[in-house]
Write a protein of this length. Structure first.
Length: 214
């Protein structure tokens, strides 16, 4: 795929600026390759590390919901080197962080993101270390090197879903006698508390928390 080859080059910006002048690619990627004078996007793509981050940086101004349409027209994924879901997630989360970073004052949203619980939730939403790193790679390319968040992502152990808990449905049923949807509801509640740092993902602690719900 020629676009993938271009994005893997040492300096994709040169090719991107040339391609932006072609009618074909303006139709394929409307609003992406129509660079205005002084637009820093091509150079931001240069600065992104890794193919996933470069594709996400290129598509950063798109609504994440339209990324699938771009992949249909320009099948980045056919080489097996780019995952559409990873790119969509990186675009969505980096755009959210970028919006917050533009706020001049410490807004309530920015203060919320600064909390450890919020960081852990962001980690879970990113799908773990790989997605978290993708998001931060795009942010770095856009001029925001969030070193503290990167260090956090490298050590975060938040379970991504209830399957990451050290207890399961059998434990819940054994302790509470519950069955059906109530079991899943309790596991999701425990997962939320673990992600927020209110409980440790340790069996004795989670079993005690289950007992407290009886």
């Amino acid at each position: 795929m020629e676009m993938v080859k271009l994005l893997k080059a040492d300096k994709p910006s040169t090719g991107l600026r040339l391609l932006s002048k072609t009618v074909y690619l303006q139709r394929v990627l409307p609003g992406v390759l129509d660079f205005a004078t002084g637009d820093a996007l091509p150079e931001q793509v240069d600065a992104a590390e890794g193919l996933t981050a470069r594709v996400a940086t290129l598509l950063q101004d798109l609504d994440p919901g339209t990324v699938g349409g771009v992949f249909h027209r320009v099948p980045f994924h056919t080489t097996g080197e780019v995952d559409q879901a990873r790119v969509e997630r990186a675009v969505r989360l980096s755009n959210r962080l970028f919006t917050i970073s533009l706020t001049a004052t410490l807004s309530a949203e920015r203060l919320r993101l600064a909390s450890r619980a919020a960081q852990r939730r962001l980690f879970v939403e990113a799908g773990g270390r790989e997605g978290f790193a993708d998001m931060l790679d795009v942010m770095k390319a856009r001029g925001h090197d969030l070193a503290a968040l990167r260090a956090f992502g490298e050590t975060c152990d938040a379970p991504l879903d209830v399957k990451g808990l050290v207890v399961n449905g059998k434990d819940v049923m054994a302790v509470t006698g519950a069955s059906g949807p109530a079991v899943g509801d309790l596991l999701r509640h425990l997962h939320s508390r673990v992600v927020d740092g209110l409980l440790l993902n340790v069996k004795t602690e989670l079993v005690a928390a289950i007992q407290d719900t009886k």
